[in-house]
Design a protein around this ligand. Structure first.
Ligand code: ZN
Length: 251
């Protein structure tokens, strides 16, 4: 019981932050914002908030997502962009299976086009409008009682970001928490909650690699909230399939 309460407080929840870790190696401007990679910046603020955090990247054996790592992950963060196609299908299946078993996921920004998010959505979630323009973005909270926006206030303002615009081909979110407005006129569903199997998934739009979005304190607070929301305590062992004896005779 104690452990579960601790986990709810975020003290012992195990998080793995996965990043393809490509732009930060080849683009000096991106490297200046995220010198150790986006994953290390995200991991650092999660650790500061009491989570037990590891990181994993594309170039590691099995992309750093071995059976053992995933078995010890309560919530998996995912950032990818230009190397979605290099993620092995076998690893995508492994992550998918863990979500079905109850692992949470927080999918960030261009992760909308990743193999795993597309599989979890069941739609062409890579399709949307975009401009790399440095527009202003205002993320408006549209579900003020939702735990993911606790302490956020009415909105998050990001002075410069890449734009995404509707239509975004996703299933209707189970819960829609944030909508973005951009100075160029676009709107976008930016904070979307889903349940798949026993697992919970949160999609969060901001985080283009050339803007310092994950250094923003409000964004950090929201992503800590999202990790807590996506955590599901170990589900009961459930028997599926042929069930030869009456449930009433089982006592
Ligand atoms: Zn981007």
């Amino acid at each position: 019981m104690g452990a579960i309460i601790m986990k709810k407080e975020g003290l012992r929840m195990k998080i793995t932050v996965w990043n393809e870790f490509a732009h930060e190696k080849t683009d000096e401007a991106v490297k200046a914002i995220y010198p150790d990679g986006i994953h290390e910046t995200v991991a650092a603020f999660l650790r500061e908030n009491g989570f037990d955090v590891k990181t994993a990247t594309l170039e590691m054996p099995e992309h750093g997502l071995t059976e053992e790592v995933l078995a010890n992950t309560d919530v998996l963060f995912w950032w990818g962009h230009m190397r979605h196609g290099d993620v092995q299908d076998e690893i995508v299946e492994r992550v998918y299976k863990r979500v079905m078993e109850g692992m949470g996921m927080v999918v960030l920004h261009s992760g909308h086009a990743s193999k795993i998010f597309t599989k979890l959505m069941g739609t062409d979630s890579g399709l949307l409008k975009w401009r790399e323009s440095g527009d202003k973005e205002i993320l408006w909270v549209v579900d003020p009682g939702h735990p993911i926006v606790e302490g956020i206030g009415e909105n998050i303002i990001i002075e410069h970001e890449e734009t995404y615009g509707e239509h975004f081909i996703i299933p209707e979110p189970d819960e829609l928490v944030l909508i973005s407005w951009f100075s160029g006129g676009e709107v976008f569903r930016s904070g979307c909650c889903y349940k798949r199997g026993k697992g919970k998934i949160f999609y969060f739009r901001p985080g283009h690699e050339s803007f310092p979005v994950y250094h923003d304190k409000k964004v950090q607070r929201l992503l800590c909230n999202a990790a807590k929301w996506a955590y599901t305590p170990a589900p009961q062992n459930i028997l599926y399939g042929h069930y030869p004896v009456s449930i009433l005779d089982q006592k």
